[in-house]
Design a protein around this ligand. Structure first.
Ligand code: IDP
Ligand code: MG
Length: 193
């Protein structure tokens, strides 16, 4: 069950001086930091990180938007110009690419038992407004889908974290060379054995 997962502190996290707070949450749960890099994301990396070919990801963002608009009693067609989840997802992807390139970001690989799921739990829900207190997005952000979409920008939710083991395996090599990922022992490993 030892997994590796990619976490990227997006530029709002750096600009707000939240790197230490965010990193410490993964550290104290017992995850191991095995790679890190401050990155100015070029468009090639941004495009690959949010691949247009991953239809379920693009449509998923569209579907989440439609659900959020319905919950808020807003007319998605009127506000987004379409109610097709794939079209809405493609529009959001453009904002995401702008967001990830808006300034330097702090990329990391965390390793440990169930690392992918554990990191997602610590990050919280995609939408800060729906993210429980105690999570990064719930404690440190307040953005909503509606605010973001009316501003024609991505939801500022501080972190990216791989959504599945497959996603992590695809994403980590985009951001890190294999030689820049390290192996060492944390003291918890002895205690937990
Ligand atoms: P995740 O970051 O929780 O995995 P994804 O569905 O993979 O969520 O979406 C990627 C990123 O796209 C989110 O972190 C958020 O910044 C942005 N995003 C998702 N849905 C919307 C939306 O409806 N409007 C604007 N930005 C969105
Ligand atoms: Mg995701």
């Amino acid at each position: 069950m030892i997994e590796q997962t990619l976490v990227v502190i997006k530029h709002d996290g750096l600009a707000r001086g939240l790197v230490g707070d965010i990193v410490s949450r993964f550290e104290r749960v017992g995850l191991k930091l095995v790679a890190t890099r401050l990155v100015k994301v070029e468009s090639d990396l941004a495009e690959k990180h949010y691949p247009l070919e991953r239809r379920e990801f693009i449509e998923g963002m569209g579907k989440k938007t439609i659900e959020n608009y319905q919950a808020l009693g807003k007319d998605v067609k009127k506000e987004m110009g379409t109610e097709d989840p794939h079209e809405i997802g493609k529009e959001i992807r453009k904002w995401l690419i702008d967001y990830i390139q808006s300034g330097p970001v702090f990329a990391m690989v965390w390793e440990g038992p169930h690392a992918v799921e554990l990191v997602r739990k610590i990050c919280g829900h995609t939408l800060p407004l729906l993210s429980p207190v105690g999570t990064i997005r719930g404690d440190l952000a307040h953005d909503s889908s509606y605010l973001a979409n009316t501003g024609k920008r991505a939801i500022k939710n501080l972190v990216h974290a791989s959504g599945s083991v497959d996603e992590a395996e695809y994403e980590i090599p985009l951001w890190f060379n294999i030689d820049d990922i390290y192996s060492y022992e944390r003291v918890e490993e002895k205690v937990m054995r």
